[in-house]
Write a protein that binds this ligand. Structure first.
Ligand code: ATP
Length: 351
């Protein structure tokens, strides 16, 4: 098998377009995160890939073969649900081997395979335990082992970490990613958590209102957001509305220098985004007078909230060490290359 491919996939529920014309490629062995706010259509898309929902239009292919109409049980896809959906009356080992025995694998062989998988997810010592006697993280590992039992071609996970507490979630993200890399299995993870997507994914698909906003590596999505939605959803950003003028952007009485931008003719209404860590209190370009309104010092970094003539701005400072107090007057500088410029969409509220 090779990669999974979606072409012009749509799903409507009455008037609701849950998924709207989505075309995507999932490379063999890569982990893709479907990321977006609640209701953007990521679960619906995953369920169509799994064969649990029929697309209203479009095709799904695996290794060049059209599988759009293939029922879920014939797809050889492993799935982990948000709730884990384990069988409470079976022990850990039987949960893992269940699908194999149902498919006709002799009991001994299925049990041996369960042992290998439980070893893989570090649960060998728990093989005889009941599901009710496990922690959330252990249950998740059982769900992962069970999904991998039939050596699936594609591994699908819907919000796999949402039942876990914050610390365990971080550990499991790393563990799951390492396991996925070791097995080299094509994997798709649905999440609304940008850190989870950034930690685990080779490729992130940012979705909004049933559509794909951007596809790229975590670095590309963060450093080269293609629109204001992506810049806002991934990481933090300060937004300002302005108008292009002679290759710069005018914000009230200030003209900010930007990197040459072929996309905008003079007089274009634009929205600019500045990442907090890209602006600083030292620097010679785009200097603005500012007043410190709030300080949040969390050890390695410090968020400096500023009142500037173009509006409020947050700057994240990691190394200046400059002593500061609320009420101080400072100068903030924004390098031209730190300014992302997007078209301002009609009807978009001013930042
Ligand atoms: P969440 O993170 O909250 O689970 P999501 O991004 O996974 O959200 P979906 O569950 O795919 O979003 O839902 C996308 C849209 O389709 C929503 O507006 C939802 O209300 C609608 N929808 C999903 N399933 C159905 C259904 N069976 N019948 C009608 N509408 C549905």
């Amino acid at each position: 098998m090779s990669g999974l491919s979606l072409k012009y996939i749509r799903k409507s529920y009455g008037d609701v377009r849950a998924v709207d014309n989505v075309s995507l490629d999932f490379a063999e062995g890569a982990l893709t995160a479907l990321l977006g706010p609640s209701g953007c259509g990521k679960t619906t898309l995953l369920r169509m890939i799994a064969g649990l929902e029929d697309p209203s239009a479009g095709t799904i292919s695996l290794g060049g073969r059209d599988i759009t109409g293939l029922p879920a049980h014939k797809r050889k896809f492993g799935m982990v649900f948000q709730s884990f959906a384990l069988f409470p009356h079976l022990n850990v080992s039987d949960n893992v081997s269940y699908a194999l025995t149902i498919a006709g694998t002799p009991r001994g062989q299925a049990a041996a395979r369960a042992r290998v998988l439980l070893d893989l997810v570090q649960l060998s010592a728990f093989a005889e335990r009941r599901i009710g006697e496990l922690s959330g993280g252990q249950r998740q590992r059982v769900a992962i082992a069970r999904a991998l039992a039939q050596e699936p071609d594609v591994f699908l996970l819907d919000e796999p970490m949402s039942a876990l507490d914050a610390k365990l979630r971080e550990d499991m993200q790393v563990e799951l990613r390492q396991l996925q890399q070791r097995l080299g299995i094509t994997t798709i993870v649905v999440t609304h958590d940008q850190h989870e997507a950034m930690t685990m994914a080779d490729q992130i698909v940012v979705m909004s209102q049933g559509r794909v906003e951007q596809v790229g590596t975590p670095q590309a999505i963060y450093h080269q957001p293609e629109n204001a939605f992506v810049a806002d959803f991934i990481g933090k950003a300060n937004f300002f509305d302005g108008v292009t003028e002679g290759g710069n952007v005018r914000l009230g009485g200030y003209l900010l220098q930007i990197t040459p931008h072929a996309n905008f003719i003079d007089g274009s209404h634009v929205r600019i985004a500045i990442r907090p860590e890209k602006a600083g209190l030292a620097g010679e370009v785009n200097r603005l007078p500012a007043k410190v309104t709030f300080l949040r010092d969390v050890g390695p970094v410090r968020d400096i909230h500023l009142d500037t003539p173009i509006g409020p701005m947050i700057v994240t400072d990691s190394d200046s060490g400059q002593p500061l107090r609320v009420g101080d007057t400072v100068t903030v500088s924004v390098p031209a290359e730190a300014i992302h410029v997007f078209p301002r969409v009609a009807g978009q509220a001013a930042a």
